[in-house]
Design a protein around this ligand. Structure first.
Ligand code: SF4
Length: 355
């Protein structure tokens, strides 16, 4: 059932603000067992608002809080794998996408967006080609989690992992990201283990170190994608600001800050650009001595992708992986779910089915 969202001017505090929610419920006379039940049902179990046992306070809660910050405009389910893309509209009319990933192992991950569009313009990414509007507020990011968990509860599934790899560069929205990570992992609401969250960055070296100091237990993924500054600069303009040497310095700092925990290195493979055995050797050299797990990601082109970028062949990918393995690295070849609904890595561009 579609609910009418309030206009921006009518917006009340967010229902995801647990201290404010509990203050109202406590003032209404609710005791600890009722508060615990409400927290569990609303934040953790994905119970729809109408079915939460609010102890008679549902109208008071609705009157005081904004229950939903995002309107679900369209849901696209993959016909070939366990991906579902959710297209949302914010109260001020901005579009964003969230992807549910039902992984073959039975676990469910959620890929959330942190911005509407993206400022970074990586050449291989559909999000980089659309207009950037703004950072998402903390409650808009939490609403992606809340709405997805309510959809999944109907399938008897729960979100196990949350990855900040959707639209936008999460570390450009550090203020809201801080609040989201804190609310997801501490206190009594969502209660995710920090190790079940992963923040991905294209390489904002200073913010990466700053974030790791604050949240050393949250997983980090660095999108590297090249072994020379020339190639990386061509793929990712950010390399003008933070080059490979600066990123290596940041990776060294992470080892100390995060007590030797692994950092994920994402490497999208492009045929004839960054996928030769020599590139693999250079990547192995660049990462020497670091606790890392390398994820090789297939390039997922679409109609708007640059003509000079194409996916690496299966043979090139296998050779690249083997070179790294021979150098002692843990390497995983990732399969991107949701390609048929443009929900795979690098494909998010706010496109409804009709487009
Ligand atoms: S890859 Fe990430 S940082 Fe780069 S344009 Fe796409 S969303 Fe932005």
């Amino acid at each position: 059932m579609k609910r009418r969202l309030p206009a921006l001017a009518e917006q009340k505090p967010s229902i995801y603000d647990l201290p404010a929610l509990e203050a109202i419920l406590t003032a209404s006379g609710l005791r600890r067992p009722a508060l615990q039940r409400i927290r569990r049902q609303w934040f953790r179990e994905g119970v729809p608002f109408e079915d939460v046992d609010w102890s008679g306070q549902a109208d008071a809660v609705r009157g005081a809080f904004t229950e939903s910050h995002l309107e679900l405009v369209e849901r696209q389910d993959s016909a070939v794998d366990g991906a579902t893309k959710l297209l949302f509209r914010t109260l001020d009319g901005r579009m964003l996408e969230t992807v549910i990933l039902r992984i073959a192992s039975g676990r469910t991950s959620l890929c959330v967006s942190s911005q509407t569009g993206c400022t970074e313009k990586c050449r291989f990414c559909a999000t980089g080609a659309i207009q950037f509007f703004r950072n998402l507020h903390w409650y808009e990011i939490l609403d992606q989690v809340g709405q997805a968990s309510r959809l999944l509860a109907a399938e008897n599934r729960q979100i196990r992992n949350i990855v900040f790899m959707g639209m936008g560069e999460a570390l450009r929205n550090l203020k809201n990201l801080r609040r989201v990570i804190t609310d997801l992992t501490t206190g009594k609401s969502f209660q995710f283990a920090p190790s079940h969250l992963c923040v991905s960055t294209l390489g904002l070296a200073d913010k990466l170190v700053e974030f790791a100091r604050e949240f050393p237990l949250v997983n980090l993924a660095l999108s590297l994608n090249a072994t020379t500054d020339a190639v990386r600069q061509d793929l990712m303009p950010i390399n003008d600001v933070f080059n490979l040497a600066q990123l290596r310095d940041a990776l060294d700092q992470l080892v100390q800050i995060r007590d030797g925990r692994e950092t994920m290195i994402s490497y999208v493979l492009f045929g004839g650009v960054n996928d030769s055995p020599a590139d693999a050797e250079e990547l192995a050299r660049y990462l020497t001595g670091l606790p890392v797990h390398i994820n090789l990601i297939p390039f997922n082109p679409d109609d708007a992708s640059p003509a000079d970028l194409s996916p690496s062949t299966a043979g090139q990918t296998a050779t690249f992986q083997q070179v790294l393995r021979d150098r002692g690295y843990a390497v995983t070849r990732r399969y991107s779910l949701g390609q048929d609904v443009a929900a795979a890595c690098g494909q998010l561009a706010n496109r409804p089915t009709a487009c």
